[in-house]
Design a binder for this molecule. Structure first.
Ligand SMILES: Cc1cc2nc3c(=O)[nH]c(=O)nc-3n(C[C@H](O)[C@H](O)[C@H](O)COP(=O)(O)O)c2cc1C
Length: 187
């Protein structure tokens, strides 16, 4: 059965490059996975005042994480780091202390920006957080995408080498999730 993958896209603007990248992944690999995309910008800002009795939107988000077999994070680069909406979502899943729903969840990180290093800085800050959250994160292949010219005006991916690299990435990510998924955490 196709693995259930929670997808979090950190680009929340109308013309987000990273949403286009996710669109390309859905088009090419939608049959190989069951993607559960979650609109992380709809979550409230994390506050410790709310963590013991969080709003239902947070409870539902935590349930979705639990029922997912893997997590794919598609991140832009903001000032050489990842955007706050991603950190906010990770923080909600991690609390209360000792009740993190990220524990052991296999993850993949990719990202697109207009800069030459193609989200290298963002991805490596993010990897530091995922390591603390005890999420086994695919190391190779890496995908640092300088995507300024990779999409046509309709948002279609027109960069063939990038399509090939993405296919290789998704194949390896699927194997990674199969190796690391934790059936017991899906209750
Ligand atoms: C606050 C901010 C900081 C940015 N910092 C970086 C950066 O450090 N490196 C980079 O390559 N691009 C940077 N950019 C440009 C983004 O790569 C570009 O806006 C990209 O389209 C963002 O991804 P998105 O379209 O999915 O939102 C920054 C953009 C913003 C708004």
């Amino acid at each position: 059965m196709a693995a259930r993958i929670l997808v979090m896209v950190g680009g929340i603007s109308k013309n987000s490059l990273n949403e286009k990248l996710y669109g390309a992944i859905q088009n090419a690999h939608g049959k190989d996975f069951t993607f559960e995309d979650y609109d992380i910008k709809s979550l409230p800002f994390f506050s410790q005042d709310l963590e013991a009795d969080p709003p239902s939107i947070v409870t539902d988000f935590r349930k979705l994480i639990r029922s997912s077999e893997g997590v794919l994070i598609i991140t832009p680069e903001y000032n050489r780091s990842f955007p706050a909406v991603i950190k906010n979502a990770l923080d909600w899943g991690s609390r209360p202390y000792g009740q993190s729903v990220w524990n052991h969840k296999p993850a993949g990180v990719i990202g697109a920006s207009v800069g030459a290093i193609g989200t290298f800085g963002a991805q490596h800050h993010l990897r530091q957080v995922l390591a603390y959250l005890n999420m086994p994160t695919l190391g190779q292949p890496e995908m640092y995408i300088n995507a300024g010219k990779s999409f046509d005006p309709k948002g279609k991916l027109v960069d063939t080498p990038l399509q090939d690299h993405l296919a290789q990435y998704m194949k390896t990510f699927g194997q990674w999730v199969s190796q690391h998924r934790q059936p017991s955490t899906n209750a």
